[in-house]
Design a protein around this ligand. Structure first.
Ligand SMILES: [Zn+2]
Length: 409
């Protein structure tokens, strides 16, 4: 089989021919020329245009063959297009936009970039880190363009922190398909409003349920753009607020009672926060000893455990009744953090009870957030938030890849 045949079978060359294949500086150089039986197509609208002139030769890096670098070389023509009114460089079916690589090479690098650190991908396939970035950007841009959000009805909103600090990203997930659909730096009203603007009035109208934390800026924006959607406060966030309240009680008590108490309850944090059925026998023994001492933390623990029942109700009415009772206990517990938590859920009661109308939670988001962390480690050196977001779309967005003549990976 000739090299020419392999190239023809793996690169879309409709309207073009291979002029020659040679080896220059250790790389296979495939020179292309136009097939004059066809009119050149406008690069903008892909309709036939009128030939105008020829531009200098351009090189396109292509997927290496047996680890031998491959490059395509071609002198693009310019055409004048009636539809676009102007002069444009012709459409080259193998090219990845204006990049100096073929679409196939971009997909090839991007596929590996999902699995390996980008630096390794660059080393393995003899290109720069920047080329890997560029390849990922190409496939993500393509995927976002082709994406169809018309079916979107249940979304989860969450935030992740970048660089272990106060650098937040707001992420929006499709709860039905478990994919990331939108991400942007910040966690203000304006950040989230941008998402709803992108979705457009019709898209917002279609939303049936939105799950998020009890975070004022998000709530306001949701009510402004999608008032018809049921706002459900995320179960996992609520539980985590409750856990922090319990932990605060433990810390306050240590602070209040001093050293002896500290020795007594030291290393007990997990006893109070873990689900009782996950405790080891030794831990269970320790917990029951502590329970006899009538500590504040113990009262907080009992409140936390009883709150579990809330999620098990079948109907909104019974859940509301329970919540009322629990609120009374918590506010009469003489434990400030528990009281604060109780008031917080009282203020957001409707959103909590909506869970019994539409049982959605951000459970899947947890998993995706963990993946996002992996992406961030792999990404070592995403210098900008923008690049990190591109990487997130690439790994969590389930985006469509450009169609190729041949599957290289
Ligand atoms: Zn055109």
């Amino acid at each position: 089989m000739l090299l020419k045949t392999i190239i023809k079978e793996t690169v879309s060359l409709q309207g073009f021919k291979i002029e020659s294949i040679g080896k220059i500086k250790g790389a296979l150089l495939v020179e292309l020329m136009p097939d004059l039986r066809y009119n050149p197509l406008c690069g903008r609208c892909q309709k036939p245009g009128r030939f105008r002139d020829i531009r200098p030769q351009r090189h396109f890096k292509h997927v290496p063959l047996w680890n031998i670098p491959v490059e395509l070389a071609y002198c693009p023509r310019r055409v004048s297009c009636q539809d676009c009114v102007g002069i444009y460089v012709e459409h080259m079916p193998w090219a990845a936009g204006k990049r100096r690589m073929t679409a196939a090479y971009a997909c090839f690098l991007a596929t590996w970039a999902r699995l390996l650190p980008w630096k390794q991908v660059a080393e393995l396939y003899h290109c720069s880190w920047g080329s890997v970035c560029s390849a990922v950007r190409h496939v993500v841009d393509y995927g976002l363009q082709k994406r169809d959000l018309s079916d979107l009805s249940l979304i989860g909103i969450d935030e992740i922190s970048r660089q272990r600090g106060h650098n937040y990203l707001t992420n929006v997930y499709d709860l039905k398909t478990s994919t990331l659909i939108w991400s942007a730096p910040g966690r203000t009203k304006d950040t989230l409003a941008d998402f709803f603007k992108l979705l457009g009035p019709q898209g917002c109208q279609q939303l049936k349920g939105i799950c998020c934390d009890m975070w004022r800026p998000y709530i306001d924006v949701v009510q402004q753009y999608a008032p018809q959607a049921l706002l459900v406060f995320d179960k996992f966030h609520i539980v985590s607020h409750l856990m922090s309240a319990v932990d605060q009680v433990r810390r306050d008590e240590i602070h209040e009672k001093g050293k002896d108490h500290k020795n007594l309850v030291t290393h007990t944090r997990f006893l109070w926060l873990k689900n009782p059925w996950n405790l080891t026998d030794k831990q269970k023994g320790r917990l029951s000893t502590l329970e006899k001492l009538n500590l504040k933390i113990n009262r907080a623990y009992l409140l936390k455990e009883s709150f579990r029942q809330f999620w098990e109700y079948k109907t909104k009415g019974w859940a509301a009744r329970f919540l009322k009772k629990w609120f009374w206990w918590a506010t009469h517990s003489r434990l400030k953090p528990m009281r604060n938590f109780a008031w917080m859920i009282r203020r957001h009661e409707q959103g909590l009870l909506n869970y019994f109308k539409l049982r959605i939670d951000n459970g899947i988001v947890e998993g995706l957030n963990n993946k996002a962390k992996v992406v961030s480690h792999r990404a070592y050196g995403y210098r900008t938030a923008h690049m990190y977001i591109t990487a997130l779309y690439h790994c969590l967005g389930n985006l469509q890849m450009p169609k190729l003549l041949h599957r290289f990976v």
